[in-house]
Design a protein around this ligand. Sequence first.
Ligand SMILES: [Zn+2]
Ligand SMILES: [Zn+2]
Length: 384
Amino acid sequence: MASGAALARSTLKSTAAVVASRGAALTIEQLDLGEPAPGEISVRIAATGICRTDLHIRDGEYPIPDFPVVPGHEGAGVVTAVGSAVADVRVGDHVLLTYPFCGKCPNCVRGSMAYCEHGFELSFAGARLDGSSGWRLGDDGTRVNGHIFQQSSFASHTLATANSAVILDRDLPFSLAPGFGCGVSTGAGSVLNVMDLRPGSWLAILGAGTVGLAALMMARHLGVQQIIAVDTNPRRLETAGELGATHTVDASDREARGAIRRLTGRGADYIFDTTGHPGVVASALESLAMTGTVVMAGAAPVGTRTSLDMSSLLNGRAVRGTIQGDAEARKLVPHLIELYEQGRFPVDRLVSNYRFADIHRAIADMENGRVIKPVLQMTDDELS
Ligand SMILES: [Zn+2]
Ligand SMILES: [Zn+2]
């Protein structure tokens, strides 16, 4: 109800990419956007990354209650308004929008916001936590689901929860800023926060996309000397080699499990799975050294199952998932930007820029592996 009242007071036009129905291609629409609710900010999006999760949302592989919906969760832009109860973000701030959290549940209170007990709902319900949506379409004001990750950033203007906004230095180009969002933070955070890599450790990274390459860059920064990158795309493996992978395995012509065993001798200490394929996770367990850990960051459709060899687990091995690399965005993102500026974390190597109107080409290029992290940039037309 609150959003309805806000909408009646003032609406803004937003040019947004909308999924009309499950599996449908995105269409660009003019939507009406209400005012920020308490704890929210309005943001003029300058650029947004596309993450594989957006495609899972498009395809209904996460249980979005209803379509149409506006995806997008790596938005960067300028704050144009702040709702009540927002103290730490101001109009005019440049921000990167990250993952949402409630700030009140036991996990949030102990600083573990990536595991907010409302995180799934905040990310995928297509609404605010109270069920309302600030998005409307057409003269009759048909409700549109938005608030994906509490930001729905495939839009020229959006609403976001203030606590998930990381304030950026004004000289960081918006064309690059989304590169520090969900995917890169997840990869880098997993290495920093979840793994305990030591001199002599072997790390195998399954999937050389955004998440895998970010993990690779962080592992190199930390001085890990033995890093195996596994993928089926030769171009991505080449990039992995340039970014510091000491070994690359093309899983399209070799069996990854055997290759990891041969290279490491005794198995890898950590295997970082970014693919989300159930078979890959099961075989990763068998490529581990004793007491090794499979860290899983790949997003599989909800309900995906795998089966594990129980005797493999007995050797002190573990399989462990992570959301957002366990990271607190307001700590990790500034750290990654600082490393980038020192030349130690070359995120620009992952990013390819597109105009917002070219969103279909950007998605196709990502899906067929031509580019790693597409970042859409809004033009003046979309922002007018
Ligand atoms: Zn919470
Ligand atoms: Zn993501």
